[in-house]
Design a protein around this ligand. Structure first.
Ligand code: 5GP
Ligand code: ZN
Length: 115
C-alpha cells in the first residue's frame, strides 16, 4: 500500500466504494463520475502507479486485472453488446489517480476515440 494513494485506501476498505467485484488480488467498483451508463474501474490491490511501472514482476497481476475486467463485463451483462477498456497514463494520457486502473465503459455505443 502506498501512503496517500486514493485507490490503495479504497482497496483497503478505508474509503468506501460501490463495489462490483472483489477477490484477493483485484477490486472493481463504479466510477464516482461515470462517463457512460456503465463505468467501472478495475484495480490491482497492490499499488502500481502507472502502466509505465509495469515490468516482468507485474505481468501476472496485470493479466489477472484484464481477465477480471472481462469477467466483470460479463457479470454486468454488457459483454455481448461490447465495451471499451482504457488505461490512461500520466499527464498527457489524462491520468488523475496514480494507481493503475482499467476503465470499463459500456451501456451505449462509445463514440470514436478522439485526441
Ligand atoms: P484516470 O483519469 O486516472 O484514468 O481515472 C480516474 C477515475 O477515478 C476518474 O474517472 C474519476 O471519476 C474516478 N475517481 C476519482 N476519485 C474517485 C473516488 O473517490 N471513488 C471512485 N469510485 N472513483 C473515483
Ligand atoms: Zn495505490
Amino acid at each position: 500500500m502506498s501512503d496517500d494513494c486514493l485507490f490503495c485506501k479504497i482497496a483497503a476498505g478505508q474509503i468506501p466504494c460501490n463495489r462490483v467485484y472483489e477477490d484477493d488480488q483485484v477490486l472493481a467498483f463504479h466510477d464516482i463520475n461515470p462517463q457512460a451508463p456503465v463505468h467501472v474501474l478495475v484495480i490491482p490491490k497492490a499499488h502500481i502507479a502507472t502502466l509505465d511501472d509495469v515490468g516482468e514482476a507485474q505481468r501476472e497481476i496485470m493479466g489477472v486485472v484484464m481477465e477480471r475486467a472481462a469477467h466483470v463485463a460479463r457479470e454486468l451483462g454488457v459483454a455481448e453488446a461490447g465495451y471499451r477498456t482504457i488505461i490512461n497514463t500520466r499527464e498527457h494520457g489524462g491520468q488523475e489517480v496514480y494507481h493503475i486502473h482499467a476503465h470499463i465503459l459500456a451501456g451505449k455505443r462509445i463514440g470514436p476515440m478522439t485526441v
